[in-house]
Each structure stands twice: as C-alpha cells, then as structure tokens.
Design a binder for this molecule. Structure first.
Ligand code: C5P
Length: 403
C-alpha cells in the first residue's frame, strides 16, 4: 500500500550535513507514491548535488529564482500552488530564523512565504545551535505561524558531540509525513493497546507461546497516533519497532507473561479506548522451574497449568463513566476458524464489551494482510482483505465515530 499516493511534495534542502540523507528521503517518499519536486538552497549544493536529486526524482531541480528557463519566471508561485506540502529536510538554524521572520531572499524562502499549503520542517543542527535562544525564538514563532516541526532527535552529531539537534532518520520523516495527512479523528484521545503474544515460562530456557506477530496491534497503534491520539502500547515479546516514536505521542511497556500484561494493563493510566489485540496465553505453568529441567531418558515432565487472568474481561468490568458516558470503549479481537461472526459476537457479549473484531483464521498470523468483521450491538461490518495498516486505519475511523 502506498500511503502518499497522488501527493505532491516540494522537498526543500538547505545547507547542513544532514543533507546527505535527503536523497534517501526523496526515494522513500516516492516509494509511498508521492511525486517529489526538489528545491535546493545554494548552501545545500555544497553537500548534495542537484544531479543526484534530479536522477532520483525524475524532475528538474530548482536552484534559484532567476532561472530564465521557467516560462513566466514565477517558480515560487507555481511550485507552492501545486504542492500538497512543502517539506524542508534538513532545515538549518539559519533557514529557521529566516522563515520565522518571513524573509524571502532566495527561491526556497520565497516559495515558503508565497505558499498556500502546509510547511513541515525537520530541524538539523549542532546542539548548541538548537539550544540557542535565537533558535528557540524561531521555533516558537514558526509554531505560532502554524508550521509543523518534525524533530529534531537526540543522538550523535556530525560535529562529534551528542545531544539534541539531529535530523530524524528518513524513515521517521516519511512515517510522520504520512501521519500528517491522516484524518485527526482521535485528537485529544488516549488509547491503550495490548499487542503480540505472551510467553509462559516452563523453566529459564523453555516456554509456551503462540504465533502472534504483533503486526495487527502495532498497526492499530500507528493508526491511532496518525489519528492524533496519545497511545500506550503494552507489547508481548515480538521484536517490532514502536511506530511513530519520534512524535512523542506513543509510549510502550514490554511484558513477557500474561500475568505481566494483565498487571501492566490494569495499572495503565485511564484511557478513552482499549484495543485488546494481544494473543494472550489462556494458561500459564503453575510453578515454573527455577533451573533448567534436565532430560530424564524418555520420561516427559508433568506440567501443571493454571488459567491466566482475562485482561479484556477485567478492563471491561472496571469500566467507569464520565459525563454519563462509559470509558474506556473496549474493542476485543477474536480469531476463529469456523462461524466467525457467531462466535465473535458470543465472545463480545460474554466479555461485556461494545465491539469485537473477528479475524479470519490463524493464517493471518505474521502476514501483512488480514480481513475483518467488526461487530457491535447494531450489527456487523466486513472490511475486505487489505494490509493490516489499511485495516487499522479503517477500524480507527469506525471506533472514532462510536465515541
Ligand atoms: O477469550 P479469547 O481469548 O478468545 O478472547 C480474545 C480477546 O480477549 C482478544 O481481544 C484478547 O486480546 C483478549 N484476551 C485477554 N486476556 C486473555 C485472553 C484474551 O485480554 N487472557
């Protein structure tokens, strides 16, 4: 799935060492379906060549406002009128200062002043420059003017120092540009999500788990952040990266067993919506051995199981009300191999939750694709087979309407 299909992005590049990441960023934006028109400042050309950007984007690169090859010589107007957004990566401290003052002394700054589309900046500079009062002032003014700042991040800098001011990685910028264009249907809402499998220890080296990859839960986390929510993700062992981490809109707790997931979920701060996506082990081992259980010929050990707590059931039981409305709005998941809708709806009623999502069978484990049936008291709605992120976005819109 391409999340930036039909989007026209003007990619501005200013003079900073992070410009070496601009070609990769252009490629990633294009892989998501965007068309990319590059505009470079004079200083940017010291770090990356226009030929590189032209070869990658397939579009001529604009370098100055005095280009006589443009028929009406109005590149600053034309480029901004046709764009869905102007993204400047990297954005130097100097460019931030100019933009915050409304200066327009080259093509890129003139373009920004003449624009009628959103402006997204990815600051990139040495940490002292980022922390300087003048840069803070620029950032504050730009935010007041409705400009979006993506980053910066903290970490190793080209100058050898460590601190705040690094440009986000191209993949993080792309993820955030995609998020920028999504509908903000959960702005101001708090979302709690369990995702992935749980692992029930038998001894220090062995355990019982399941095939859940965590991909569906993580896709819902990403879609919720994209929709403007503040998300807390409680993840079983699945090794997936936290989506949209650089936005500051998502926190994560890693757990191993169902009991840990239960405690982390019930102790989590209040949320408006709870998605129970985790494939929680139904049983744990009553007394996991402290040391590795030694093999004893052909004799198998006798393992005693105990039922694990039902996290979703307990969250649903603890539903509170605010202004006459119950919260959190609980959304369960059901993977069934037969009579999906019937079994899922029975599960919804048994757990006392308003909505359940039926997944079609265990073949969706680990796959990027899934299909769903969303069931609530008013009926059911099928969502056709698609990438999990696409399904997650549709589910978020459905739930947003319910609350
Ligand atoms: O009862 P069953 O496991 O089939 O229900 C599935 C739903 O309940 C999923 O939403 C799952 O995350 C949740 N669940 C839970 N705690 C359990 C078992 C399931 O939260 N111990």
């Amino acid at each position: 799935m391409q999340s930036l299909l039909n989007k026209k992005i003007v990619l501005g590049i200013s003079g900073g060492i992070a410009a070496y990441k601009a070609p990769e960023l252009a490629r990633q934006l294009m892989q998501e379906g965007a068309s990319v028109q590059v505009v470079m400042t004079e200083a940017a050309q010291q770090f990356v060549t226009p030929v590189t950007m032209q070869a990658l984007t397939g579009n001529p690169v604009y370098l100055n406002q005095w280009d006589s090859s443009i028929p009406n010589n109005m590149a600053h107007i034309e480029l901004s009128r046709s764009a869905d957004a102007i993204l400047i990566a990297p954005t130097s401290a100097d460019l931030m200062a100019k933009l915050s003052l409304g200066l327009a002394d080259d093509l890129l700054t003139t373009l920004c002043l003449a624009r009628d589309c959103p402006l997204l900046l990815t600051p990139a500079m040495n940490k002292q420059m980022w922390e300087h009062a003048a840069t803070k002032r620029s950032a504050k003014r730009l935010l007041e003017d409705g400009v979006t700042l993506l980053g910066p991040a903290s970490g190793f800098q080209a100058c050898g120092e460590v601190g705040m001011g690094r440009m986000l990685e191209p993949s993080e910028i792309t993820e955030q540009v995609i998020a920028f264009f999504q509908k903000k249907s959960l702005a101001g809402k708090k979302v709690l999500i369990t995702a992935g499998p749980t692992f029930e220890a038998i001894d220090p080296v062995r355990g019982i788990t399941n095939h859940s990859s965590g991909k569906m839960g993580f896709a819902i986390a990403r879609a919720a952040v994209e929709a403007g929510a503040q998300v807390h993700l409680i993840a079983g062992p699945c090794g997936l990266d936290t989506p949209l981490l650089a936005t500051g809109q998502i926190t994560r707790t890693n757990v191993v067993s169902a009991k840990e997931m239960h405690a982390a979920t019930l102790n989590a701060p209040d949320s408006d919506i709870f998605f129970a996506v985790a494939a929680v082990a139904d049983w744990g081992i009553a007394k996991p051995a402290k040391d590795k259980i030694k093999r004893q010929g052909n004799q198998a050990p006798n393992l005693e199981f105990v039922a694990n707590p039902d996290i979703l059931l307990d969250v649903a039981k603890a539903t509170k009300t605010r202004g006459g409305k119950p919260y959190p709005y609980c959304v369960g998941f059901a993977a069934e191999s037969t009579d999906l809708e019937k079994h899922a709806n029975e599960k919804r009623k048994r757990k006392g939750i308003p909505m359940i999502v039926g997944n079609i069978g265990p073949d969706t484990f680990g796959s990027d694709l899934n299909q769903m049936v969303v069931i609530d008291a008013s009926g059911s709605k099928k969502i056709a087979k698609a990438e999990k992120l696409q399904l997650a976005r549709q589910l978020i819109q459905l739930v947003a309407k319910k609350i």
